[in-house]
Write a protein that binds this ligand. Sequence first.
Ligand code: CP
Ligand code: NVA
Length: 306
Amino acid sequence: MNTSHKTVRHFITLTDLSSGEFRQIIARAIELKAIQHRGEIFEPLKNKVLAMIFEKSSTRTRVSFESGMAQFGGHAIFLSPRDTQLGRGEPVEDSARVLSSMVDCLMVRTFEHEKAELLAEYSSVPVINGLTDDVHPCQLLADMQTYFEQRGDIKNKTVTWVGDGNNMCHSYMHAAKLLQFKLNIACPEGFEPQKKFIDETADFIEITSDVRSACSNSDLIVTDVWASMGQEEEQKVREQAFNDFQVTPELMSLANDDALFMHCLPAHRGEEVSAEVIDGDKSVVWHEAENRLHAQKSLLEFLLVN
Ligand code: CP
Ligand code: NVA
């Protein structure tokens, strides 16, 4: 029997939010950051517990959720398949029922997107997607917060995605639709985003293999690794395919004068981005990484307090 509670809000893709809610979470993240930087204690999640299932590696996602829960007066539990029964084949449905009877929120980072959806279906508490093969919605909360802080509203701006049509690209496509910016996607043939995401966001995106024209007049250039987690064996093939898709100072010079550079990290200097760009003055990657903390605290407050 499906024991899901229909009123529970999950965050499995960005489109689980309305445009207004997305904007509200960004605005609140900026306030929570100011509270944190002033050193004020703010504990809206006292005694609340977040369980985090990680089937893939993580630095930023794990530490931002764990610190965020501690700062909010709550607690986070790290669960890996190596030492839980999930790794020994206990069904996701059973794990969802059991974990959600003990904690207030679940986070999952996994391979198949359907697994995150199944966890949400059988969980009685909110489930947050901390990355699947299909999408990485938490990263977009932080990226959009960073753009708003640095340059103001992103509505009607032009963003250029350079590289693989991967999970990050799909979440940028969702963000384009929700926040109404134009998204150029420059990728090699055969590495385009999945059709279902193209169909969902067609009015807001343009896909091309001409990386130079895609970067022209852009307000934000974003890239990501050529081989994502789970694609390690394709690294050599991908290095060849993506050879012309490195974000260089020359590509950045085609964009608008005040264009920013973002990367969700971890980055490979000399592959998808040159060291001059990621360590240069247009790069906001360190703000972007820090904002994972503030944006996810805002998300946790939205899901658990409101
Ligand atoms: N950007 C991001 O999600 O980083 P981690 O893989 O370190 O969590
Ligand atoms: N596309 C990358 C993002 C890592 C945060 C991956 O899935 O490995």
